[in-house]
Structure formats: structure tokens, C-alpha cells
Design a protein around this ligand. Sequence first.
Ligand SMILES: CCCCCCCCCCCCCCCCCCC/C=C/C(=O)SCCNC(=O)CCNC(=O)[C@H](O)C(C)(C)COP(=O)(O)OP(=O)(O)OC[C@H]1O[C@@H](n2cnc3c(N)ncnc32)[C@H](O)[C@@H]1OP(=O)(O)O
Ligand SMILES: Cc1cc2nc3c(=O)[nH]c(=O)nc-3n(C[C@H](O)[C@H](O)[C@H](O)COP(=O)(O)OP(=O)(O)OC[C@H]3O[C@@H](n4cnc5c(N)ncnc54)[C@H](O)[C@@H]3O)c2cc1C
Length: 661
Amino acid sequence: MANVKCNPDLVRERAKCSFDVNELIHLIDGGENATKEKRHFEETIFSVKELQDAVPEEYLSHKDRYENAVRKATILRDVCREYMKKYNYKPNRFRVGHGVFKDVSPFLLHDGMFVATIIGQGTPEQQAEWLPKAENMQIIGTYAQTELGHGSFIRGLETRATYDPKTEEFILNNATLSSFKWWPGGLGSTVNHCIVVAQLFINGKSYGIQPFIVQIRDLNTHKPLPGVKVGEIGPKMGFQTANNGFLGFENFRIPRMNMLMKNAQVLKDGTFVKGMNEKLTYGTMVMVRVGIVGDCSLNTSLAATIAVRYSAVRHQSKIKAKEPEVQILDYVTQQHKLFIAIASSHVFRNVYSWLSKSYLNVMKDLAQGKQDHLPELHATACCLKAVCSRDAGSVVEECRLACGGHGYMTSSNLPLVYGFTIATVTYEGEQTVLLLQTARYLVKAWLAALQGKVLAPSVSYLSDWLKNDNVRWQNTPEGIVKGFQHVAAGKVKAAYDTIQKYIKLGKDYEDAWNLASVQLMKASEAHSRSILCEVSWGEVIRTSASPNLLQVLKQLAQLYLVYWTLETSGDFLVYSNISKDDIAILREKYEELLAAIRPNAVGLVDAFDLRDEILHSTLGSYDGRVYERLMEEALKSPLNQESVNASFHKYLKPLMEKAKL
Ligand SMILES: CCCCCCCCCCCCCCCCCCC/C=C/C(=O)SCCNC(=O)CCNC(=O)[C@H](O)C(C)(C)COP(=O)(O)OP(=O)(O)OC[C@H]1O[C@@H](n2cnc3c(N)ncnc32)[C@H](O)[C@@H]1OP(=O)(O)O
Ligand SMILES: Cc1cc2nc3c(=O)[nH]c(=O)nc-3n(C[C@H](O)[C@H](O)[C@H](O)COP(=O)(O)OP(=O)(O)OC[C@H]3O[C@@H](n4cnc5c(N)ncnc54)[C@H](O)[C@@H]3O)c2cc1C
């Protein structure tokens, strides 16, 4: 990238960067070698001609766009397979995926959930049967759980799998419209297999939801098998190329061994054998929620890179009347909009790495029959997924708005990035629903704290606060982290007290819960924010980096702490010992941090190391040729391929002529 002829503003920005951009790239990637390997892989992918689109996708019809995405998905699969064989390298498909598809691969659910569920829910024999076929794409699958009538409340799913001991088969049925599967990615026209989550019935008795692996299309003709009704759900806000679909069964039989039985089992005679914990059936969702936190980091870095580079190139208005128009990045309001995006991406990445480790530890424990830390993992993954996805959506939208009119252009890529980022707020557990899951855990933890019990690490601050809620406020990062814990503890207590108040007024627990649920949701958000602050600050101070880089990383981490303290200062005034003077000091600190980060802004987004092919943006490319690219892309419009459009002769001319009469 270094030899590209760049916009002079970007050249100047890069020259004033105070840290070594390559050092930060290596830190993000996990070492210099990892960067080399990543770059080599990406270079290979983006030099494949067939993966490059001649015409921007947006001009294609819905059908052509899908077909183009499948074409590219298959080429990408082949190239990756060869590459992995040759170099023994496991690439991050999500980064290049953005480059190749702009939006989402029709194989996303195959890679992200189908294969993962076979691994997580299948017995060793079932894995041996299906995993090799799924991994080498002999079969293509998705995860079909959500139905027209139920997505959040999965105990309410209606798809039935009724066991027939005579034939040792399950009979799948979707008797009502609301029971039809609705949403699974790739289901529309791509996959031939599904993980179907259905209610198990044996001898008329319900045994809850279980995962089944089901072939739905013929492997040669791709026609739906008899008894299967399947199709695509149509255009959406984003995810256009994900090929989301619907599915229903009519007396469709599958062998007994197609129920994934790592947890619960159905024996030949129809005996149901309970698993260690019925919630382990929800395991794939927990894994993906963890992954989404990492995805939020990537999505935020895409938007930040585009908006910061654009803001360095774009000049508009003046700060001082007699001086030239300034780079819009010099407006402190612009820095306020954008630097939190850079900081958030780092926070999400650090928290993702922390959460992944917890996830892997819990998986190891479960393999040994220990499930003590599962509730804590579930609660933590739920609230972090909810808050990070919501933050990422807001940050991406703020970046888009920060690019003014040009941010509204599809060619900026910000609308697309927003489309797939905001989807993470809903899928894999709608945000409020997940926050309320965490609230269940917090309320239990609070009760345990009141009883003087030892709490799990992520909630031990509740006991600390009970012992001493009168800690003096300190305007240091550690003091702010403590402040976030005080806010969370105060909110958990208030929500808990509210439930108790309603119970005393004669409400039963469920109604009291519902009445207190806004507070419970906010308590859960505050808990999540305290984890984000504590973990990310902790990771930064433990980072080994050169003094220059460490200084910048600390500035970003502090910016995140101060930004969110100021954003939620009302909560701090209510639940911590912060004073108005402390808030004034933090405001000053925030302005200092914005000024300190300003000279490094372009260097910081360069360090996300997102190639132009991944950014896909007229506004965000490395060379900053913004206006040239906007014009080049505009000229690709089919309407610009003819000097006079047929509609002139057909409609406009007659209209004008009629007006003359
Ligand atoms: C620069 C760094 C960059 C790194 C880049 C990394 C990039 C990595 C990217 C990875 C991304 C991966 C992406 C992969 C593909 C993504 C595509 C996804 C497309 C979308 C797919 C989907 O949406 S699939 C469908 C998802 N559906 C849901 O999520 C449904 C949500 N609902 C539920 O989960 C449940 O209904 C529920 C949890 C809300 C409630 O369940 P239930 O009613 O059964 O339980 P209760 O509420 O009664 O609670 C009872 C009890 O159980 C506990 N519990 C509930 N769930 C769990 C669980 N999963 N584990 C453990 N325990 C659980 C609950 O807490 C209760 O406990 P109590 O003690 O009784 O309180
Ligand atoms: C882009 C995209 C891709 C998807 N891909 C897949 C896929 O591959 N496979 C799959 O199975 N599914 C998929 N889904 C479905 C997704 O998992 C669900 O849409 C999601 O879990 C939310 O469920 P819902 O649609 O039923 O929302 P609802 O639950 O109907 O939510 C509507 C409102 O009700 C509120 N609400 C619901 N329950 C409660 C409660 N208990 N307390 C308080 N408020 C509540 C919610 O907060 C929300 O405000 C996808 C969805 C999207 C958008």
C-alpha cells in the first residue's frame, strides 16, 4: 500500500503519526508472522479475477445477486481449500468475506452454525458420519431454529419430531403456518441439509426442543424432497446475499440417529435419556454470541476506517474566518463522533479475546462433566452480545452520518456495513431478551451476595459494594472502572428492590419481574458496561508494546471510559460518589484525549489493516481519492451507459407534449 499515490492530506496525516503503525497491526493480528500470513492470504484471494465484480452488485437483480454470490462462494471455497492445503493456514474468512461478498456469504450459516452444531451436539459417531461431508462441502447446511411464530422463546417452537419406535424414525411436521421455519441463512435455495430444532414427542409426551440433522433437498437435482416445503423469504434491510429461507415438513421421516445425541438421547424403544443439562442444547447459540462480540470489533473498524480517512480528506467550512477551509477531522465534534468508534473496536476485540478464553475453559470443564461456570458464561455472553452489537450499530451509523451526504451513497459502503452490523442486534438472541437473561443471573447473584455467599468473578463486585458502597470517587481509570461497578451494583439493587416492592403489593413473581423489567434491562446493560470497561482497561495495561504505542492504546482505552462515564453521568450521580466537579474534570479530560488522539487518527485506522478490497468504499480507500472514486463509481450506473434513457421517449416527452396542448 505504501507506494500508492495518495491524497496529500493523508500523506501529512500519516507523517505525523506518533507510533509505529506496523507494531499495532502486529499486535492486533497476534504477531508479525500472523500479519505476514494474513496479508499473503488476502493477497491471494483478492488477486483471483473471478472473485472481482465487473458491475457493482447493487445494480443486479435480487436473483442475479444471489447467483453471483453463490458463484463467488464456491470459488472462494476452492481457493481457500487449496490455500489451506498448501500453507497449512486457517484463515479468518470473515475479513475476506466482506471483500468478496460486500454483504454476506450464502454459506455463512454452513460455516458459522451447521458445522459447529454437528461438532457441539453430535456424538462421536454422528460427527464421524456428517462432519467430514460438511467440512468438505459434500453436504451444505444451515441452522433452522426460528419459526414464523417464535424466535426468542424457543421453548415455544412448534415444529414437531414425533418418534415412531416401530420404524425407529422421527416424523417431522409443521402443522401450522406459525410453525414454519423462517430466517435460516442459505435455506432459500442453497442448502441441502439443515439442523432442525424441533419439539420432541414420544408416546404423546413432550421432551422439549432437540436438534435434528435433516436432508431437505436431493443431492443431485437439488429438488426439495417429498414432504418438504422450502423457499426464500425475500429482500431484507441487509443480508441480501445470505439467502434466508422458510421451511415446513409434512410427515417427513428421518432415522433415529439423525437426532444429535451428544446431550439427550432417544433409545430404539423410545426411552428418553436426559442429558447433563438440557440447556446444553442451546450451545451453538452461546458460541455464536461470543463470536459476535469479535464481529462487532471488525464491523466497527470497517466504519471507523472509512469515516476517519474521509474526514481527513474532506475540507468544509472554517474554524477561523481568515484561514482556509479545514479538514472536517479538525472539528472536535467530528472527533467526538469518530474516536469512540476506533476505541470501541479495540475494546470489543480485547473483550472478545477474554470472552473466547472463558468460553473455551467452560467447554473443557463440560467435557469433564463440570458445569459450574456455565451460568456465568451464558449470562456474560448474553449481555456482552447485546450491548456490543447495539453499540456497534450506533457507532457505524454515527460514522455514516459523520460522512454527510456522501455517507448516504451505497458506494461509501457505510449503508451496507450498517445493514449487516445492525442485524447482530436481533439475530442470535434479540437484545432485550438477552439482557433479561443476564438480569436473571444478576438477581440471583444479588440474593447470594445478601446471604454473604462467595460470588463468581464477573459479579463479585456486588459483594464488594455491599461491604462498602461509600468508596470515595477517584478520577483515574481504575477509579472509573470502580464507578461503573458501583452503577451496576446500584442498579441491580434498585431492580431487585422493585421486584420485592411489587411482590409486597401482592403481585406474583413473574408479574413483579415484568413490572421491574426496564430496570432489570438497564441493570444488565450497566453490568455489561462495567465488564467492557474493566476487561478492556485490564488488557491494555497488561499489553507489552513500545512506550509510544502503549501511550496511544491507553489514550483510546481512557477515551472509552470517560466517554461512557459522561454519556451515563446521570447514573453516576445517582449511584456513585462522583461530584459535579468530577464530571467537569472528566469533560476536560475527554477534550484532552480527543486532542491527543487527533494526530494519530489516520495511523490508528491504517492499523486495522483493512485492504481497499475489504473496505469497498469510495470514501475510505487508502489513497483518499474520494471525489475521483465517487465519480468513477457513479459512471458505472446503467443509467450512465446511454445518453438518453428510453423513458424519455416513452413517458417524459408525451407528458411535455400533452402540457403544450
Ligand atoms: C479484530 C478482531 C476481530 C475478530 C473477528 C472475529 C470474528 C468472529 C466472527 C464470528 C462470528 C460468528 C458468526 C457466525 C454466523 C452468524 C450468523 C448468524 C445468523 C443468525 C442465526 C440465528 O439467529 S439462530 C437463532 C438464534 N436464536 C436465539 O438466539 C433465540 C434466543 N432465545 C433463547 O436463547 C432462549 O429462548 C432463552 C435463553 C431466551 C430462554 O430460554 P428458556 O426459555 O429455555 O430458558 P429460561 O428463560 O426459562 O431460563 C431457564 C434457565 O436456563 C438458563 N439458560 C438459558 N439459556 C442458556 C444457555 N444457552 N446456557 C446455559 N444456561 C441457559 C437460564 O439462565 C435460566 O437459568 P436460571 O438459573 O433458571 O435462571
Ligand atoms: C439477518 C437475520 C438472520 C437470521 N438468521 C437466522 C438463522 O440462520 N437461523 C435461525 O434460526 N434464525 C435466524 N434469525 C432469526 C433470529 O434469531 C430471530 O429473529 C431473533 O432471535 C429474534 O426473535 P424474534 O424475531 O422472534 O423477535 P421477537 O421475540 O418477536 O421480538 C419482538 C419484540 O418482542 C420483545 N420480546 C420478545 N420476548 C420478550 C421477553 N421475554 N421479554 C421482553 N421482551 C420480549 C423483543 O425485545 C422485541 O422488542 C435471523 C434473523 C435475522 C434478522
